[in-house]
Ligand binder design. Structure first.
Ligand code: TRP
Length: 361
């Protein structure tokens, strides 16, 4: 069996450090390990429109930003196909056919959709497109016969629902579709990076993100203003490292080499944590260290971004060619799907003969 990787993001804003540790880093690693036959990364503009119907300009603005973020973290267009969802029209056709295999009550039980409906205060005014986006996401995945789908934890119910649709399709018609598997980041802590304000999630709407495209001064300001342990008032006070976003970021990002380079008084994070917990270690010192660590991560990303910012036409071609290639693959699957569903009328010469037979006197 082939190993096909597919994943994507809604282009509702620039990507941030949470995206980086939670998924982008993992994608680059997958890309470079080359234990796969093909890898696709999709800018999910059609999905983003399911709850932004009256705000298409926001989506349009962010297509390029997300593409630049992808390229700047090191996704290589020679190894992966980057494409735009709405350019692949087979996806909407697949969605329409799969929707016959899903019940309203099953969609209502999808925990991710349930949660998102609550977050958006849709109540009785849920757009049908939003409600059914798990079906469209199944089309995204199955059109490429992806068996590996690297996602964040919140997407697990989506993948589960996709697996059910695949099984139902294959049972009802024939074995055309491939069941996908979710791949979560290995580092538990990276599943969800908290915001700089201590909120459980880094999120654009909360204004607590460090963006991959932030410049050095912006990063410095954000890090130096980060929420820490509110009870660690004086330097001598014992501090809490557990619910402290500064330490959570260090847990995810800091290496022993970072200590050697930027904070050689400590061998590693354990030593630093022990000192903070005992008391006598000020927040400013740790924040300065964290700033250097984040800069170490962001510098190469910024360099690559600069390169592509000077070559927007090249980025545009990457998306255009990627979308064309993705369309060809998805059209192939659509053809198989239609043939399994017996709606391939003009491809089936037997059908014409049968019809002719019917009216042969
Ligand atoms: N729902 C995903 C998100 O919000 C984006 C997405 C759309 C996706 N289609 C996909 C992810 C297919 C993986 C596979 O992040």
């Amino acid at each position: 069996m082939k190993n096909i990787i597919l994943t994507g993001d809604r282009p509702t804003g620039r990507l941030h450090l949470g995206h980086y540790v939670g998924s982008l880093q993992n994608r680059v690693k997958l890309q470079n390990e080359s234990h796969y036959d093909e890898m696709f990364i999709m800018i999910a503009d059609a999905q983003a429109l399911t709850d932004n119907a009256d705000y298409p300009e926001k989506i349009r603005e962010n297509i390029l930003e997300v593409a630049l973020d992808y390229l700047s973290v090191g996704l290589d267009p020679k190894k992966v196909t980057l494409f735009i969802q709405s350019e692949v029209s087979a996806l909407t056709e697949l969605t329409f056919f799969y929707s016959n295999l899903v019940t309203v009550s099953r969609l209502q039980r999808n925990p991710t959709v349930k949660n998102e409906i609550k977050l958006r205060n849709f109540e009785a005014n849920i757009p049908v497109g939003f409600f059914t986006y798990p079906i469209s996401q199944t089309a995204d995945i199955t059109a490429f016969k992806a068996n590996i789908v690297p996602v964040g934890e919140d997407q697990l119910p989506m993948i589960e629902q996709a697996r059910e649709i695949v099984r139902s399709f294959n049972r009802t018609y024939s074995e055309v579709l491939v069941e996908p598997n979710a791949v979560l980041p290995k580092n538990e802590l990276a599943l969800r990076l908290p915001g700089t304000d201590g909120n459980a999630k880094m999120s654009k709407s909360l204004g607590n993100c460090i963006y991959l495209a932030d410049d050095t001064e912006t990063v410095r300001k954000k890090v130096m203003g980060m929420y820490t342990d509110p009870n660690h008032i004086r330097v001598e006070d014992p501090g809490n490292t557990k619910d402290n976003p500064v330490f959570i970021y260090l847990d995810v990002l800091a290496s022993d080499e970072d200590f050697q380079k930027f904070l050689p008084e400590y061998k590693n994070l354990e030593e630093l944590k022990a000192h903070y917990e005992k008391g006598g270690l000020g927040d400013v010192k740790i924040k300065k260290f964290l700033f250097q660590v984040i800069e170490r991560v962001l510098e190469p990303i910024r360099e690559r971004r600069k390169y592509y910012e000077q070559r927007i036409d090249e980025v545009w071609d990457i998306l255009k060619n990627g979308s064309k290639h993705a369309s060809e693959i998805a059209n192939g699957t659509l053809k198989e799907v239609k043939s399994a569903m017996k709606i391939n009328y003009f491809e089936d010469e037997e059908l014409l003969k049968k019809y002719q037979e019917r009216y042969k006197d």
